[in-house]
Design a protein around this ligand. Sequence first.
Ligand code: BES
Ligand code: ZN
Ligand code: ZN
Length: 505
Amino acid sequence: MPTLSARTAQPASVRTDALVVGVVRTAKGVAVVDAGADVQKAFGRGFVPMLASLGFEAKPGQVATLPSGHVLKTPVLVVVGMGDAADVDRERLRWAAALGVQTVTNAVSVSVALPLDGPDDVQAAGEGALLGLYSYERYRSGDDSDRPTDVVLIADKARTKDVTRAVEAAETVARAVCLARDWVNTPPNDLTPAVFAEAIASYSGKGKVTVEVLDDKALAKQRCGGILGVGQGSENPPRLVSVTYAPRRPAARIALVGKGITFDSGGLSLKPGKSMMTMKCDMSGAAAVVAATYAIAELGLPVAVTTYASLAENMPSGAATRPGDVLTMRNGRTVEVLNTDAEGRLVLADALDMAVEKEPDLVVDVATLTGAAVVALGTRVAAVLSNDEALLERVPEVADRAGEAMWPLPIPEEMQTKVTSSTVADLRQHNPEPAGGTLFAAAFLREFVRGSRWVHLDIAGPAHNDGEPFGYTPKGGTGSAVRTLVRLAQEIAGERLLDQRRAAR
Ligand code: BES
Ligand code: ZN
Ligand code: ZN
């Protein structure tokens, strides 16, 4: 990851290899943002007509690269369109920073002048720049990337504690998102459940968290019939990894649970080839909860976190679970499996049961759970479902502040009835009618949370970008949900989001 720093300076006189400035539309026409005003001054009256002659109108997302012709101390100037000045918000800062630094090639250092009003803006721009510079190179031979490695944000009061902290927070959060992206992008032959568990346990920030790995024998001892049932068709046995962060005086205790299917072939209910092509991404939930836990620990937030990553490979074989099989889950409930491609809810159920055993104030699970969530909300919005009305409303707001799009969906009574309508077992795992697949899956999961406050994030859409890069989101793994989870912990710590529940204990 590139380095990030903040500096108080006049952009026209900074000496990095390139300079990025934001340009907005105002009532008086196109103008460089205040933070870069001296750049416009240095070029003089010809600057705006010059931009116009390049066809640059400061449309959101528009970029142009100009030689600075000795007018500035940097050889290259990149202008980034930010749209109407009145519409500039934090998300726009994130992607303007990303687009600017992405446009710079063959340069080591780049300065960024955007309208940063305080530490939160600094953090947003910093995250945008670092996330925008991400690329996954592990399997590429050939030249290294020519993207910049040092990003300098031009900001007021750059030496104050608040701004320094904001820069560090941006680095910590971006590092976590990029770690999740790396894990998602890793090919499934090189990220089996055992290898993924090893990677989680080898976290360099040791001392801040403790990690425990349950292998298949330990899972049998724990009666984790769901995880074992999903994993039994594969040569690569399942794992359940727990990561614990226990700060001294926590304001609350939360549990995170992630779906970690390292490859989802569908099992005996085999997927068509096309739907399988990106199914290495089916461990995105596990990647997100673990990476977010690391970040929460690194930030030293006063929230205790216990995280469970349920890792298995869903494969067809003579040993695989069949449609019609009945599994006994960790909580003793029996489940009739009707479609082995609906495996996520089975591995989550056991981990949720383990998580709520410790009576956390809140449990959040994250999963690429249903194709139906993609049908409902598209590929850029995650679904939020919950057994708590207030959280159903709050979590999408928290996500928005973190720069992620999430939207609430209901769990109607009808789905509860369907979950409990198996002809042979306590629960059925699959509803043969495809309508409302996301809601049915959530109703199934709810059976395993024993009345704990619970939020379910279905990230099947946003976890993996099959299309072209946009803003600060690359192709492939996106690190979806990491920023929301970190922000949620921050807001729980700050505003005591969960106070009521704690008082009742
Ligand atoms: N991993 C998939 C869901 C998925 C789909 C994730 C697209 C990312 C992109 C999940 O295990 C699955 O296959 N779900 C089935 C459930 C169905 C059989 C009830 C689905 O959504 O088709
Ligand atoms: Zn599946
Ligand atoms: Zn799956």
